[in-house]
Design a protein around this ligand. Structure first.
Ligand SMILES: Cc1cc2nc3c(=O)[nH]c(=O)nc-3n(C[C@H](O)[C@H](O)[C@H](O)COP(=O)(O)OP(=O)(O)OC[C@H]3O[C@@H](n4cnc5c(N)ncnc54)[C@H](O)[C@@H]3O)c2cc1C
Length: 511
């Protein structure tokens, strides 16, 4: 059932058993599980069914320390949320991502990767992915040209990715949601405050506003905040009329530990001879395809005390501008300039048109997790949006481990390529300068994580292992904001899996 909140009389009371705030990847995944249940589910969405400039403007905010994506375009504010322009890259987190790693500050999930496998399999259906199979051997069996690089599998192995069509959840799931008699979708209903009871122990209602100035009340027995990685924190922080620090923020943790993935060019690989790179090639949009990135084994991450990351291969060499200085890494150590010249002559032997032979030179593209950092955070701005809600500002901040891990990864990759007689890895200047500075081409992945982190101990996390906000009886959080660490995989598959897990938990709770 669909109701446009602008058509209601101001001051209307909207009531249900379970209220989900936000109809994006997490909120829709959750709502779908409740279709046909005897419970009345309220799905409160701030936007309409299409992207609109005045709704996107509500997301405007400043990136205070370093450039980030404009906050009004890093997430979409309408039914379907940011799946309206996501790219569909999916891969599960690795087992090591869930471990407490003594070299990664604030690491450790309250459960293991094995616990999530059944939910990942279910999430595949929602994101219209192929079978839940991330074993490279399965793909190699199907096509002789799909072959892994002949490196030591105990050091580097292919981490598989699958590609959603990409599913636009607002299109694919609009009908099932709108036609479900027990799911009441309210569009143009922006929640501007979550209101706690006088004791601050439970939520007693929501205030929701429309762009034309109406205000409604929402009451349910249980609430789930599913507004995305930045706006989950913003809404909790802005809900401060009764609880001065904001909801769930007794320990000043809401908004902290903001993480994205580091996604940037780090160097190039020059191979002695061609290898069919079909396993590593992006199959393009349209779904059902898969490809691998090269991942460093968990044991080696442990030995070298570095973060989890991958390298993917983009055909072609770095441009002159990108290669102001190189150090090559081979089997033993850094290679001197003379050897580099030999390498250039050998590895990049020119073909008739002056280009290196195909499949011998690849740009190396990094995808790496960010160390959880309490100083990397979403805060409220003094400026308010058109609904009267404080805007979100972002401080995206890094630790020395972040950059050191990327360099160490590629040194190990170069040594392994050298040991295996495959070729060399050459790193870009920014990785070699011995500083913690980052280059202008640093990019995130458009992935907003960590701002309401999960930890069983309320002094270390905003939500517990069931995604319930510590200290509040009936408030839960869905989305990548609950991730304690981000791993080297894009977030949506995992956040959909977690939404399904939360839904199973809520079935016990919303009796
Ligand atoms: C360009 C781009 C490419 C991406 N590519 C990938 C990719 O390849 N793979 C991947 O895994 N991820 C990718 N992502 C990230 C992915 O889109 C997000 O991880 C995912 O959409 C987050 O889901 P969510 O439900 O937490 O938030 P969202 O999808 O952002 O949904 C939040 C919902 O809450 C609503 N809302 C917000 N505030 C309020 C409020 N106060 N009241 C009511 N409703 C509210 C919003 O309108 C929205 O519908 C990409 C993102 C971008 C921007």
């Amino acid at each position: 059932m669909h109701i446009d909140a602008r058509t209601l009389d101001t001051g209307s009371l909207i009531e249900g058993d379970l209220c989900i705030i936000g109809a994006g990847a997490a909120g829709i995944s959750l709502a779908l599980q409740w279709i046909g249940s005897t419970r009345r589910v309220i799905l409160v969405e701030g936007g309409g069914f299409t992207v609109e400039a005045q709704m996107q403007a509500l997301y405007h905010g400043e990136s205070v320390d370093r450039p980030y994506f404009p906050l009004q375009s890093v997430a979409l504010h309408y039914f379907g949320g940011t799946t309206g322009h996501w790219a569909g890259f999916c891969s599960p987190l690795d087992p090591i991502d869930f471990e407490t790693r003594d070299w990664v500050a604030h690491s450790g999930w309250p459960f293991s990767r094995g616990h999530l496998d059944a939910y990942y399999a279910r999430a595949h259906a929602i994101l219209e992915l192929g079978p839940y199979d991330y074993d490279a051997a399965s793909y190699e069996k199907r096509d002789p040209d799909v072959r892994r690089l002949p490196v030591d599998g105990a050091v580097f192995s292919p981490k598989m990715w699958q590609f959603s069509t990409p599913t636009r959840m607002g299109t694919t799931y609009r009908d099932p949601i709108v036609k479900a008699p027990n799911v009441h979708l309210y569009t143009y209903a922006n929640v501007v405050e979550i209101v706690a009871n006088a004791g601050g122990t439970a939520i007693e209602g929501l205030r929701a506003r429309t762009i034309d100035g109406k205000e409604h009340r929402v009451q349910a027995r249980h609430y789930v905040v599913a507004c995305g990685g930045i706006h989950n924190a913003r809404l909790l922080l802005a809900s401060n009329s009764r609880v001065a620090r904001g909801i769930g923020n007794d320990r000043d943790l809401v908004g902290r530990y903001f993480m994205d993935h580091f996604e940037l060019l780090a160097g190039q690989a020059v191979f002695e001879k061609a290898h069919p790179f079909k396993l590593y090639a992006y199959p393009g949009r349209g779904g059902k395809g898969a490809r691998a990135e090269l991942a460093l084994a968990g044991d080696l991450q442990r030995t070298h005390r570095i973060l989890n990351g991958t390298a993917s291969f983009q055909a072609g060499a770095l441009t002159g501008q990108e290669t102001s200085r190189f150090v090559s890494f081979s089997a033993d150590a850094e290679v001197n300039v003379k050897q580099q010249e030999d390498l250039a002559a050998r590895g990049a032997a020119r073909g008739p048109a002056g280009a290196p032979p195909p499949n011998t030179v690849f740009r190396l593209f990094t995808r790496q997790e960010q160390e959880p950092n309490p100083e990397s955070r979403v805060v409220l701005s003094a400026e308010k949006d058109a609904m009267g809600m404080p805007r979100a500002n972002l401080h995206w901040r890094f630790t020395p481990l972040d950059k050191r891990s990327i360099r160490a990864f590629y040194e190990l990759l170069g040594r392994e390529f050298g040991r295996a007689g495959l070729g060399r890895v050459q790193l870009m200047e920014w990785l070699l300068d011995g500083t913690n500075d980052w280059p202008d081409h640093l990019s995130g992945g458009w992935h907003n994580m960590g701002t309401t982190r999960m930890h069983p101990d309320p002094s270390q996390g905003v939500v517990d292992a069931n995604c319930k906000v510590h200290g509040l009886a009936n408030l839960f959080v869905a989305g990548a904001s609950v991730y304690p660490t981000g791993g080297a995989a894009n977030p949506t598959l995992t956040l959909v899996a977690l939404a399904l897990r939360l839904s199973d938990h809520l079935e016990q709770v919303v009796a």
